[in-house]
Design a binder for this molecule. Sequence first.
Ligand SMILES: O=C(O)CCC(=O)C(=O)O
Length: 368
Amino acid sequence: MFELPLEEIRPTSATSLPPVSQPISLFPTIIAFPEVNPESPLSLIASLTPFKHTTTVYNELLPIFDTQASFQDHFTPTLKVPVKLPAPTTNLDASGRCEEPETLSVPLIDWFTKYFPSQSPLYYLKDFHYTPHLPIITPPLFASMDVLNPFLRAANMGDYDFLYHGPANSTTPIHTDVLFSHSYSYNVTGIKEWTFYDTIPSDSTTASDSTTGTRQITTTQHPGEVMFVPSGLAHSVVNQTAAISLNRNWITPSVLPRTLATLLTEVAAVDEEIEKWGMVLDAAEREEMLRGCCGLNVGMFFAMTLMAIQQRYPTITDPATAQDFATLVDVLGAVKDEAARICSLLTNGRAALAQADVYIDITEKLRS
Ligand SMILES: O=C(O)CCC(=O)C(=O)O
């Protein structure tokens, strides 16, 4: 077991703050959740050089992934894993998402015996939720201000921790990460070549077309190194040798307004689709559809933001928290009307909306 990554945020000087009722449970009772450029971020070039993570993590993971046999032995052979076919094109939509490749759900044993050795097509095991099967991994410090994974774990809705295993020459085409998240890739074995792009091309059909006219940076990641990908930065990856990596997506308060904008675009698209097909969906079904499309829905987003606010409230007099807190409260205000539409689906929905008003009010007073 690895050391637990995050220090709990404890109140420092809460005495001058107005009291807010205790954090409340918002976990959904009705919704059956399925199992489960901007401003050129390339200017963050200094952060893009891969760096070494703690050797403890590497030393603990390597015995598991050192050989195919040790990898195979660590997992149940019948465990179903997601295996992707190569992407049909590298087209990106307006929000920088690539066309999703077909995904097969195959027993792990078949991955090793049939799919991984295939030369044509080249398959890629991607987005495999490894959390229940591997020790807890200490995230690099820069991932610790996450609002996404702590919420998902507390709500028993999984997380954004994934394992990737690709043969030599397998690729991930140009894309930006889901929901404007940041991500890191922790390379356990193999060598990856990463390319970062200055702008998001949206109307191209091949990797080379798609990058015409954009500034690019290419860098190589070796075993034991972490690659940080800032929110919104378009990137692509080629595995120069067979490679295994552990990846995480996370969302910090400063990118949350863009995550909300993405979610609201998705809400509009889902509503348009529902209307186009003449479907009659109740609020719970619409929420389920949203979660299927982008991994979050309005209720989850509202509950996640409120939880982040509750956790930071005792320390808002600390300047390091104040800005994040204000951003979180603004985002909560911006999603409140949408959340009010589905609040009957959430345990304590009404009380949560009332609590949101209290936080909005406090923040307004602090600003004035
Ligand atoms: O390793 C890969 O193939 C892709 C990783 C990636 O794109 C990411 O972590 O965002």
